[in-house]
Design a protein around this ligand. Structure first.
Ligand SMILES: Cc1ncc(COP(=O)(O)OP(=O)(O)O)c(N)n1
Ligand SMILES: Cc1nc(C(=O)O)sc1CCOP(=O)(O)O
Length: 552
């Protein structure tokens, strides 16, 4: 098989020691290769046999791979690879034979892969131009390779940086790559999406235990194959800088009135409740829980405030969107957020992350890092202190968990770069709100200062935004939305900005209407008035009062 034609989608690394009791290695290999969309590349990894036995196993394995037309490689052992026909390749690690030496001994024809564990190694391998592909890992913790500790684990976002370094900045050169380490039916989807950026994308996943450890290796292989297939179906055929955009919304919404019109349509469909009120699962602080639940109800949504990891999977079947708010996060909620975020991603449901007070403590920072690693967030919302902390800027410091305001020199630049980096919508909330998908920035100048004088209004804004995003998913129901968008949400990608805008405008315009009422004397009377206005605000009112502008 010509090297260029190799399909790296599902790369099986063998591991005979991980076979379930009584399962024969050759039967398992055969099963994983049988049928339609199954394993596409095999690497023989034998750590506990001598070269002679390795060669015997390799010969029998090669006959099976040949029968299925699947390329085979040998792990580490050059002499075994050389003893086999030239269609057999070699995979080496960073501490094995140097790449140039391996190529010299193998010749130009054989497939040669190398492991990379960090950005520097990736850059070096790309610059050398010798390897045919790279194995990037460990993406997650794994029991299948000795010596991998927690500190070695890249996580989806770390993996993204390494994968990005396997393509040149001008997009002219790229090395195919597979992700490896702890990938299975639960982690593969998030990791593939998380590892994708405008710069580059993975070509597949490499697994040991997720196939070898199963009695039904054929079923395991087809499950994994369909996850990779769905991911690859989303990728544009032409990957070069700027092409692999997040939502492809930039051009479409350069016209403010078109954007507002679409937001109004989504809001109208939401109010008509064609699909019933979306269930918004809200994991939030004790302080804002009641207000958030009431805000959901007034905004034609149903609140559910569960943060139990045990029911995350069941609830995900019914939810329209989820809010992860770390306001008073403890260990139980931390576990809950991990499970709820992952389940929402699997179901293509929007996830709003509110990293309340993230700069205030190491615990909060670690919790947010963990959530963002485990979950593809759809919209990240924060004030200037919170977003600066996540972006690693020291410009604005947090004052505990309140809405520490502070002036940023370049708010548009911050939301744009953070949205690109995290591949999600980013909302910077403040007197003026800035919403970005990494390309365009929408400025929203609605709102009233009384919102800042009651507790939990920012948390409740997360709920209206989640409801707006759920509404964007609902309008796509029945349409042929091709799998998940790059934000892992089942909606037309271009509807995510107007969907989020529905939630922002509803809350900020309702606050203006409430504050203007005769019966509102201050923060105490403002709260019920805000709920009343949220319950009655119409799409027409939203359209006529919105103060938005768009910049590219
Ligand atoms: C596809 C793929 N990627 C990475 C590895 C790891 O190789 P290496 O670093 O040589 O470690 P060992 O496999 O030898 O323990 C791999 N085998 N395959
Ligand atoms: C062999 C190997 N190499 C890794 C790397 O990061 O280089 S992780 C790994 C083990 C992969 O096994 P599993 O799919 O069972 O987690």
């Amino acid at each position: 098989m010509a090297k260029a034609a190799i399909d790296y989608s599902l790369y099986l690394v063998t591991g005979r020691e991980l076979l379930p009791a009584g399962v024969d290695y050759y039967d398992s290999l055969e099963a994983s290769l049988s049928g339609g969309d199954k394993v596409t590349v095999v690497q023989l990894r034998e750590k506990h046999v001598d070269t002679a036995e390795f060669l015997e196993i390799a010969k029998r394995s090669l006959a099976i791979c040949d029968k299925h037309g699947v390329p085979m490689l040998i792990n580490d052992n050059l002499s075994v690879a050389l003893a086999l026909p030239p269609r057999v390749g070699l995979h080496i690690g960073q501490t094995d034979l140097p790449l140039a030496e391996a190529r010299r001994l193998l010749g130009p024809e054989r497939l040669l892969g190398i492991s990379v564990h960090n950005v520097e190694q990736a850059r070096a391998v790309l610059a050398e131009g010798i390897a045919d592909y790279a194995g990037v890992g460990p993406c997650h913790g794994t029991q299948s390779k000795a010596g991998i500790g927690e500190k070695d684990v890249l996580g989806p976002r770390g993996t993204r940086e390494v994968v990005a370094a396997l393509a040149s900045a001008d997009g002219k050169q790229r090395l195919p790559c597979v992700l490896i380490g702890g990938l299975n039916q639960k982690t593969a989807q998030r990791t593939l999406y998380g590892a994708t950026s405008e710069a580059n994308h993975p070509d597949g996943i490499a697994v040991i235990s997720a196939i070898v450890g199963r009695r039904d290796a054929d079923v395991a292989a087809s499950e994994l194959s369909s996850i990779v297939g769905a991911f690859k179906a989303q990728l544009p055929s032409d990957i070069s800088p700027g092409k692999l955009s997040l939502f492809d919304a930039g051009k479409q919404w350069s016209d403010t009135s078109a954007l507002l019109k679409r937001a109004t349509q989504i809001f109208a469909a939401h109010r008509q409740s064609t699909h019933g009120p979306p269930l918004i699962q809200t994991l939030t602080s004790h302080v804002s829980s009641t207000l958030s639940a009431n805000v959901a109800l007034c905004f034609s949504a149903s609140p559910i405030m569960s943060h139990q990891d045990q029911e995350a999977e069941d609830l995900a079947r019914a939810t329209g969107a989820v809010v992860l708010n770390i306001g008073t996060i403890g260990e139980e909620a931390r576990r809950g957020m991990k499970a709820v975020g992952a389940a929402a991603n699997r179901g293509g449901k929007p996830v709003v992350l509110d990293p309340v007070g993230v700069g205030a403590s190491a615990f909060r920072r670690a919790a947010v890092e963990e959530i963002m690693d485990d979950t593809q967030v759809t919209l990240l919302k924060g004030n200037s202190a919170e977003l600066s902390s996540i972006a690693g800027l020291s410009e604005v410091t947090s004052r505990g968990v309140d809405s520490g305001s502070g002036s940023l020199k370049d708010p548009e630049g911050l939301v744009r770069s953070l949205a690109r980096k995290e591949r999600c919508l980013v909302l910077l909330s403040g007197k003026v709100d800035y919403l970005s998908d990494g390309h365009l920035v929408v400025r929203v100048e609605n709102g009233h200062e009384l919102l800042g004088r009651i507790t939990g209004s920012g948390c409740a804004l997360g709920v209206t935004i989640a409801a707006g995003l759920a509404a964007a998913c609902n309008v796509a129901r029945g349409d042929s939305v091709k799998g998940l968008s790059t934000a892992m949400v089942r909606a037309h990608p271009q509807d995510l900005i107007p969907g989020a805008l529905v939630g922002i405008l509803a809350m900020t315009i309702a606050s203006e209407l409430a504050a203007a009422r005769q019966d509102v004397k201050g923060p105490g009377t403002f709260i019920p008035a805000l709920l009343d206005e949220l319950a009655s605000i119409t799409p027409e009112t939203m359209a006529s009062r919105a103060k938005i502008s768009v910049s590219q």
